[in-house]
Design a protein. Structure first.
Length: 332
């Protein structure tokens, strides 16, 4: 999983708002203003060719929204997404051609596959849309090769999704994602709906495919134990912002942000069976009314007046950046 030179994907101060206002007539009658939910705010990072960057955090922190912004399922409210050095939203950019070089693997293999289609048609759809096979025979050979590549048999192509287990369905999803010959895969919690034993098989498959095909991954997860097995670098998100970004080995050995430490303490440790599992303390604030200053300060044991008044910037290199006044002031 070694990275080659230069970023394949770059996000620059990306933000996304959602209008969650009540209907217009209700607002007029009640005199209520529009309400905007800032799901993602000021997110910047790079993903180098050949590496795996993981985004982690509690549910609702904005990591899946970031994934959808990159592949174009959501439009940007602010900022810029670059792919292979080109701004995807700039005039004159052939964004559809660039986006064909990226694909997404969704969280739920039960919901992301068309139950009315045979597996061969599900896997072949991107091949047909992109015109990657000149003949029906070439298409069949390509589908057969993809099924074998993800550990399924060619005859599985004649079956329907309901005839497979959850892990097998996720293999079908991976085959479909690979059928368009992408360079970059956005993986939105691809193992969270699977049993633990099956999770390991899918992670091993993804690692093997990355090495063989030279793929680049953005891996979204709330499970730090899973991330530790696949990521080269890890970005930790909280309430729509990246609060720590570091090399995986460095982050797991010495987490710096108090929120990252809190997440790490919640991971069960089989080598310390006498130690009680520490739950993540407190609740995520209401994103419609986020706290002033650092959004984590209501849950942080190191918060002071500066933390409550001033939002910290993400400071440091990509190998170890953190957004925390306490770390900056060496209070922790």
């Amino acid at each position: 999983m070694s990275a080659e030179h230069g970023p394949l994907v770059r996000l620059l101060r990306v933000g996304r708002d959602f209008d969650v206002s009540r209907p217009w007539l209700n607002r007029v009658l009640e005199g209520a203003p529009r309400q905007l939910l800032r799901a993602v705010e000021d997110v910047s990072f790079e993903v180098a060719k050949g590496e795996t960057l993981a985004l982690v955090g509690e549910s609702g922190c904005g990591k899946s929204t970031v994934a959808r912004l990159i592949v174009g399922l959501y439009a940007l409210s602010r900022g810029r997404v670059e792919f292979d050095g080109m701004d995807l939203a700039a005039p004159g950019t052939d964004a559809p051609a660039l986006r064909r070089r990226m694909q997404m693997i969704f969280q739920d293999p039960y919901a992301s596959l068309n139950p009315r289609w045979r597996v061969r048609d599900i896997v072949a759809e991107p091949i047909r849309v992109l015109g990657l096979a000149a003949t029906a025979e070439a298409e069949r050979e390509r589908v057969t090769g993809l099924l074998r590549q993800v550990g399924l048999a060619p005859e599985d192509g004649e079956k329907y999704p309901h005839e497979f287990s959850g892990g097998q369905r996720q293999r079908i999803s991976i085959a479909r994602a690979l059928s368009g010959n992408p360079e970059f895969l956005v993986c939105d919690e691809p193992t969270s709906a699977l049993d633990v034993s099956v999770q390991a098989q899918i992670l091993n498959l993804m690692t093997d495919l990355q090495e063989r095909l030279g793929l680049t991954y953005l891996f979204i997860s709330h499970n730090l134990a899973v991330v530790s097995h696949i990521a080269d670098r890890v970005g930790v998100m909280y309430l729509g912002r990246v609060v720590e970004l570091a090399e995986a080995e460095r982050l797991f050995a010495a987490p710096r942000h108090p929120y990252t430490r809190m997440l790490m303490d919640a991971i069960p440790d089989l080598q310390m069976t006498g130690k009680a599992r520490t739950p993540v303390a407190g609740e995520v604030p209401n994103p419609l009314a986020p706290p002033s200053g650092c959004a984590f300060h209501p849950r942080c044991p190191h918060a002071n007046d500066r933390c409550r008044a001033e939002r910290p910037a993400l400071l440091g290199p990509a190998t170890g950046a953190v957004a925390c006044h306490a770390v900056e002031e060496k209070r922790i």
